[in-house]
Design a protein around this ligand. Sequence first.
Ligand SMILES: [Zn+2]
Ligand SMILES: [Zn+2]
Length: 134
Amino acid sequence: MAKKPRTYEGGCLCGAIRYTVTAEPEFPHICSCTMCRRWSGAPTTAWVEFPLANFRWTGPGGEPRYFRSSKKSQRGNCPKCGSAICVVDDGYDNISLVMGSLDRPNLIVPDVQHSYKSFRPKWWHPEVGNAKAG
Ligand SMILES: [Zn+2]
Ligand SMILES: [Zn+2]
């Protein structure tokens, strides 16, 4: 019998954008591509995906404001405080959340996957995949 999935909650800095999702996290990984870096302001961004079907916006601000960052994907930020929240790809069943937006950032640990690792600043050496969730 499958284990009942946990509920994950998170949101932006000012609290206008909030979300809740009850599902198994998918593909937690980090990315150092130029788009993630400029968009988030961080040298590397940690991402986790969830099925859109299980995902809800719950804050007073409703949905993030979206910026079309490429032909098939949009990046969502809080329109009030600017926090980076998510990426939604056209026609894709998952939403990608910035792991920094989670209320409990230790519950999900990124996998060893480091996308665009060579794009990271050379002074930056993130290590992932060795920690235990908790
Ligand atoms: Zn905000
Ligand atoms: Zn990226």
